[in-house]
Each structure stands twice: as structure tokens, then as C-alpha cells.
Write a protein that binds this ligand. Structure first.
Ligand code: HEM
Ligand SMILES: [Cu+2]
Length: 547
């Protein structure tokens, strides 16, 4: 992209990055690839912000007493960390960045079905982010990211502004979901049948269903909360004749499916990576595809497992517990198929594969500890302890985010047309693996010993575990800094990448890196399935041969 020498520029092929220059060409772009990049930078900025908040929580917890902040500040910091990581980082991460970039190319389309809506979703995201930041300045919030009533109706601070920000962000997510569903139905290239679609596309399709069906429920709930707070209409606050448990039902009716808005796209990424780096046909394609859709539907029936101690009826608890175990089955099906894909494969361990293996390890721990939480006998002891904090970080960061990082490394050469440094990429993956487990594993132990979450003081006996955890968070942060340096370095100074650095078989690897403005100069011919490594052999070309 640099203006180094004109000679070099005239030789350069036209691609989506150099086809138009200047800030306007970005702010008014309809190109799904460029919109993906707009999302990349804005979502990563929020990750940085949320990460700094996380580090300060961990720093405060290094010792049992109050060291860095007051109790009130602490409450605001963990609330903001949670809210930013969920609504501004993890929900848009895989779909809006990697999905926007790769999905249309993977199905042989020139763009998404509604390019304007796609750009609108980014502007809505920016508006939501701006309002959230304004809320922080205008009094902040300390309700926890779940905004539980009646506290959120009464607490001081900018609750309405923050809730409104989350309401707005919901639309960005809905727009993306609608767009992907329509694109998958309408814009597949001739010959791209449903069963020829890459599993990443299946994952995003299932995600789209949840985004469109569940997010409006959250939106309405938040509006009700605003009405109660602003006008004193009693809906959730018992003092005004409302029902606080009703809020929890509404909130989790969205927020449990939202867990799958986070994980399904990540699982889609893993299906791509595991086949590519095992150099083997994916095992159980249809089982993986349908399990995504099964998860999408089952996810609507388990919200009550967040409310075992809320006073909901015992019979409801019984059924929610049963359904929770049921939803574990399709995830287990996926795990089985991924591991079977590796069996007898010829594995290579480039950075994306290291993140994939990390995903297996950490997501398995996250999933298996979920069984303790789904069982009411153990959940009543573990709920609201650090066990929960460990569990959801293993699922969300250890699941979705490891897949996201793997996907970033995987598609980076396609996005920028340049390779990253493999050795340093691997170092970043190892540091992240180590730091992550060191940060969050001790929290399982602290939790089982009774250390509560959301407290900034704790008894001395928990200090050792907290010291390990906080040290882990620094190693994790170091790993993320190395990763950022590796990726940013590659954008400009990496060696020019070939079309297909990994020898993968999905369509994005058949076109140039970076892709031409409209992806395909002519309609692509679908000659093989996305994972037919047993039938077709493509030679990987890591470097294009140019300087
Ligand atoms: C960079 C590594 C991270 C560290 C060190 C970290 C650390 C923490 C800590 C210490 C808490 C406070 C728990 C409490 O006081 O009860 C917390 C809460 C939370 N974190 Fe993270 N976190 C990290 C990454 C993430 C990511 C990537 C996500 C999103 C996927 C996330 C989502 C949350 C949520 C939802 C809460 C709950 C906030 C609440 O209790 O309201 N964290 N995190
Ligand atoms: Cu749940």
C-alpha cells in the first residue's frame, strides 16, 4: 500500500486495497473485505481497552487488601471489562471481521447480499461504541454487564446511557446476521450446493439465525429497563410492583443463545483450520454442519441454567438442567469429528494450528466444567464463585478467542497479501497458551474453595492462587503484544504471500492475495468439495516469489 516507488506501483496488480485510496474510499466503501477491515481495527481497539481493564482487575487482586482502587471503582472496572468484552469485542469478532472478509469469497460471491446494510452495521457499531464510551465519562456503571434489576433501576451512574449503547449495538449484530443469511441463500456460485459450502459458512449461517431471533429479545428487555428507570413504570422492581426474576428470564433468553453467537463462528473457523493443517478431508462433514444448526435451536431452551438459585420453580430447574446436558451433545459431536480428522492426517504445526490445538484443550476444559454447573447439586455451591469466572473465560476466551486468533493468522496472508513471521507467530501462540492457563486455571481452584466473584477484597488464604493468576495475566498480555507486533509487521514488511500458502481447498485460496476488488474476475467453477484433500492435491505456495 505504500507509495514507495511508482515503478513498483504500476507493476502491482489491482486489488481491493490499492484500487482506491484515501480515507473517504474507506468510510464509504461497500466492499465486504474493506468493511471487515474497518471492523478489525475498531473491534481490536475495544479489545485493547477491555484488556487493560482486565489487567487492572488482576493487579488489584494481586494482594488481599485494597491497593489500587476503591470498591466502587472496582465494581465499575469489572462491569466495563465484561460489557466491553462481550458487546463490543467477542460478539462482532469472528463474524464481523473474519466472516465479512471470507464468507462471500468462500461461496463464490462478489459481495454480501446487502452491501449498504453491511456498511450501516459498522456505523451502528461505531455509534454504540461511542455512546458506551460517553457513558463511562458521564458517570459510568457498576451493575455488572448483566444489568440485573432491581439494582440497575436504582443504582447511580449512567445506566440508561450504557443500556442504550448496548441496545444500539444489538442492531449492528442483527444487520450482520440478516446479511449473512440472505447471502448464503441467494449468492452461492453455480455448483456451490449446501453440502459443498465450507463449514465456516455453516457456522455463520447458524449464528445468523440466533442473531436475528434472539437479539430483539435483549433489545426489548433493555427498553423495558430504560422505561422503568426513567419513568418509574414498575416492570422488574418489586418496590414498584415488578418482578426481578422476569428480568433474568428475559436477559438470559438472549444471553445464553448469545454464548452460541460467540462460539459457533469460532467452531466454524476450527473446522477450516483442522482440515487444512491435518491435510486431510474433514471427518463427518454433515454431522458438523447439522450440529451447528442443532446448537442454534437447542440454545434457546437452556437459559434457566443461569437462574438455578434465583427462586425459579424446581420443575423448571429440573428441565433446564436436562436440556443443558442435551446441548452438550452436538458440541461433543464436533469435538469427536475434529479429533478424528487429525487421526492419520499428516499434521503440520504452523501458528493457526497451534491455536487450534489450544482451542481443543481450553474449550474442552470450559465445556467439561460446564457439566458441574449444569448439575444443580454442584451448581448451588459453585455459582457466583471464581469457578464461574474460570469457566466462562475457558469457554469464551479459550474457545471463541483462540479460534479467532487462529483465524486471524490463517487469513492474514490473504487479507494483506503478505506472510507473517512463522517462528514469532508460534512464540506468540505458546505465550498465549501458557499465560491463559496460568491466569484462569487457578481460578477453578479458588472457586471450589469458595472465593466469590465480583469482590475486591479476599481472605489471605486465597492469595497464592491470585498471585499465580495475576502473573499469568502478564504472560498472556505479553503473548498478545507479540502477536500484535507479528501481525502489524507482516502487513507492511512481510514477504509477499502466494495465492495459497497452506494448500487449502476453499475458494478464497484460488484467487490472488490480496483478492481483486470483486473477488472473482469470472464466475468460479466449483470443481471439488471444500475439504477433498483425498482427491485433489494443491501445492502450497507460501511466497509469491516477488520481493
Ligand atoms: C485478557 C485476558 C483477560 C483477563 C485477565 C480477564 C480477567 C477478568 C477478571 C479478573 C474478571 C473479574 C471477575 C470478578 O471480579 O468477579 C473478569 C470478568 C469478566 N470477564 Fe474477563 N478477562 C480477560 C479476558 C476476557 C475476555 C476475552 C472476555 C470476553 C470474552 C472476558 C469477559 C469477562 C466477563 C463477561 C466478566 C464478568 C464481569 C462481571 O462479573 O460482570 N474477559 N475478567
Ligand atoms: Cu447459558
Amino acid at each position: 500500500m505504500s507509495t514507495a516507488t511508482t515503478a513498483e506501483n504500476t507493476q502491482e496488480k489491482v486489488n481491493y486495497l490499492n484500487v482506491a485510496r484515501g480515507i473517504k474510499s474507506w468510510l464509504f466503501t461497500m466492499d465486504h473485505k474493506r468493511i471487515g477491515i474497518l471492523y478489525l481495527f475498531s473491534v481490536m481497539a475495544m479489545f485493547l481497552f477491555g484488556g487493560i481493564l482486565a489487567l487492572s482487575i488482576r493487579l488489584e487482586l494481586l494482594s488481599p487488601g485494597a491497593d489500587m482502587m476503591t470498591a466502587d471503582t472496582y465494581n465499575q472496572v469489572f462491569t466495563l471489562h465484561g460489557a466491553i468484552m462481550i458487546f463490543l469485542f467477542i460478539i462482532p469478532s469472528v463474524p464481523a471481521i473474519l466472516g465479512n472478509f471470507a464468507l462471500p469469497i468462500q461461496i463464490g460471491a462478489k459481495d454480501v447480499a446487502f452491501p449498504r446494510l453491511n456498511l450501516a452495521s459498522w456505523y451502528v457499531y461505531i455509534a454504540g461504541a461511542a455512546l458506551a464510551i460517553y457513558a463511562i465519562i458521564a458517570g459510568s456503571v457498576d451493575t455488572g454487564w448483566t444489568f440485573y434489576t432491581p439494582y440497575s433501576t436504582q443504582a447511580s451512574g449512567a445506566v440508561i446511557t450504557m443500556v442504550l449503547a448496548v441496545f444500539i449495538l444489538g442492531f449492528s449484530s442483527i444487520f450482520t446476521g440478516i446479511n449473512f443469511i440472505a447471502t448464503i441463500h441467494k449468492l452461492r456460485a453455480p455448483g456451490m450446493t449446501w453440502y459443498k459450502m465450507p463449514l465456516f459458512v455453516w457456522g455463520l449461517y447458524a449464528t445468523g439465525i440466533i442473531q436475528v431471533l434472539a437479539t430483539p429479545v435483549l433489545g426489548i428487555t433493555l427498553v423495558l429497563l430504560i422505561l422503568e428507570r426513567a419513568f418509574g413504570i414498575g416492570i422488574f422492581d418489586p418496590a414498584m410492583g415488578g418482578d426481578p426474576v422476569l428480568f433474568q428470564h428475559f436477559f438470559w433468553f438472549y444471553s445464553h443463545p448469545a454464548v452460541y453467537i460467540m462460539i459457533l463462528p469460532g467452531m466454524g473457523v476450527i473446522s477450516e483450520l483442522i482440515s487444512t493443517f491435518s491435510h486431510r478431508k474433514i471427518f463427518g462433514y454433515k454431522a458438523i454442519a447439522y450440529s451447528s444448526v442443532a446448537i442454534a435451536f437447542l440454545s434457546f431452551g437452556v437459559w434457566g441454567h443461569h437462574m438455578f438459585v434465583s427462586g425459579q420453580s424446581q420443575y423448571a430447574t429440573l428441565i433446564f438442567s436436562f436440556l443443558t446436558f442435551l446441548v452438550a451433545i452436538p458440541s461433543g459431536v464436533k469435538m469427536f469429528n475434529w479429533v478424528s480428522t487429525m487421526y492419520k492426517g499428516s499434521l503440520t504445526f504452523e501458528t493457526p494450528m497451534l491455536f487450534t490445538l489450544t482451542f481443543f484443550f481450553t474449550f474442552a476444559i470450559g465445556g467439561l466444567t460446564g457439566i458441574f454447573l449444569g448439575a444443580t447439586a454442584t451448581d448451588v455451591h459453585l455459582t457466583d464463585t471464581y469457578f464461574i469466572v474460570a469457566h466462562f473465560h475457558y469457554v469464551m476466551m479459550g474457545g471463541t478467542i483462540m479460534a479467532f486468533f487462529g483465524g486471524l493468522y490463517y487469513w492474514w496472508p490473504k487479507i494483506w497479501g503478505r506472510m507473517y513471521n512463522e517462528a514469532w507467530g508460534q512464540i506468540s501462540a505458546l505465550l498465549v497458551f501458557l499465560g491463559f492457563n496460568l491466569t484462569f486455571f487457578p481460578q477453578f481452584i479458588a472457586g471450589t474453595q469458595g472465593m466469590p466473584r465480583r469482590y475486591f477484597l479476599y481472605p489471605d488464604k486465597y492469595q497464592m492462587l491470585n498471585v499465580v493468576s495475576t502473573t499469568g495475566s502478564w504472560i498472556l498480555a505479553l503473548g498478545l503484544v507479540v502477536m500484535a507486533v507479528v501481525l502489524i509487521h507482516a502487513m507492511k514488511w512481510g514477504r509477499k504471500a502466494g495465492k495459497n500458502p497452506w494448500g487449502a481447498l476453499t475458494l478464497e485460496w484460488m484467487i490472488d492475495s490480496p483478492p481483486p476488488p470483486h473477488n472473482f474476475e469470472e464466475t468460479p467453477k466449483i470443481e471439488h468439495g471444500p475439504y477433498d484433500h483425498d482427491k485433489v492435491l494443491v501445492k502450497p505456495d507460501k511466497y509469491s516469489g516477488e520481493a
